[in-house]
Design a binder for this molecule. Structure first.
Ligand SMILES: Nc1ncnc2c1ncn2[C@@H]1O[C@H](COP(=O)(O)OP(=O)(O)OP(=O)(O)O)[C@@H](O)[C@H]1O
Ligand SMILES: [Mg+2]
Length: 269
């Protein structure tokens, strides 16, 4: 940890002026769907990612993020370094990670997974061993999530920060993960429909680790296909069989734990 004042901050009035006063903001993420505003920030000779919330929804998701990071730490999950309150809400400080998220929708721009040169297109062209290493990071992080008694919510390619130089996959924005099982009180959980299990849009349904299994199955499928339409499978038929079971519509037909999904995946790989 660094001696920079941000790490002893408990409360600051307004986030952006505080950052500008105590270091350098080198990037602003001001157009995110979440309504949070985040900053790339240099301080104490290091780069940080500072995420600020000033709306009730934003604040509650950052509070959730704090509990997630208290419960789970893993080498493929960007760790939380510090948090403090602001007059308007809450701010979280993470180490800045090299790389890009495989998909980066904003309020004003969605799509682009198939654009030549986009991170997802590049990822889908990587040699298979590198794709498998990234998938292993994703799965291994979720063994830790399972162990911590959490379930994945809103996991999608926008959480997958991939470093194309060092070939490292890191997960960010796990703000919606929560202790499970739980009963869905609203009509739909937040998330990308391509990754979501059917029960995530049924009020009153039980969301448990089998929901996480489904989402991981979707991630395996989408990341190990050369195209966005899932017609250019790069894996084996055994791996496809594992994905089929993981993404069965009925939770009881899926693997009952991330652990059993991972075992089956490794046996097929
Ligand atoms: N630790 C990090 N280091 C570098 N960049 C990061 C880091 N964490 C997140 N990012 C980048 O910042 C962007 C926004 O972060 P994040 O997804 O946490 O914000 P958000 O407000 O929850 O956005 P969304 O509405 O898309 O969920 C990410 O898409 C990613 O490009
Ligand atoms: Mg988010």
């Amino acid at each position: 940890m660094t001696a920079h004042p941000i790490f002893s901050a408990i409360h600051v009035a307004a986030l952006e002026p505080y950052l500008a006063r105590t270091g350098t903001i080198f990037h602003t993420f001001g157009d995110q769907d979440s309504g949070c505003i985040s900053y790339g920030f240099t301080a104490g000779g290091r780069r940080w990612f500072v995420k600020g919330a000033s709306t009730p929804d934003g604040v509650s998701s950052l509070r959730r993020a704090i509990s997630v990071h208290k419960a789970v730490a893993h080498s493929a999950i960007v760790p939380l370094s510090h948090s403090f309150s602001t007059d308007e809400g809450l701010a979280l400080v993470y180490p800045w990670m090299a790389g890009v998220v495989l998909y980066h929708p904003t309020r004003s721009r969605h799509g682009g997974r198939t654009t030549p040169g986009s991170p997802m297109t590049k990822f889908r062209q990587l040699p298979l061993p590198q794709v498998h290493a990234a998938l292993d990071s994703l799965l291994s992080a979720h063994l830790a999530v399972e162990q911590a008694g959490l379930v994945a919510v809103d996991l999608y390619d926008g959480c997958m920060l991939y470093d194309f130089e060092n070939h490292r996959m890191m997960l960010c924005d796990l703000d919606e993960y929560r202790p499970g099982p739980f009963t869905l009180e609203t009509g739909r959980l937040p998330g990308s429909s391509r990754y979501m299990a059917p029960e995530e849009s049924v009020r009153g349904s039980v969301i448990d680790i089998r929901t996480t299994v489904f989402t991981l199955g979707r991630a395996l499928h989408l990341l190990l296909d050369a195209g966005d339409e899932e017609k250019q499978w790069r894996g084996t038929s055994g791996q496809l069989g594992v994905i089929k079971k993981a993404t069965a519509a009925a939770p009881e037909c899926r693997f009952h734990s991330v652990h059993s999904l991972v075992d089956a995946w490794h046996a097929a790989t």
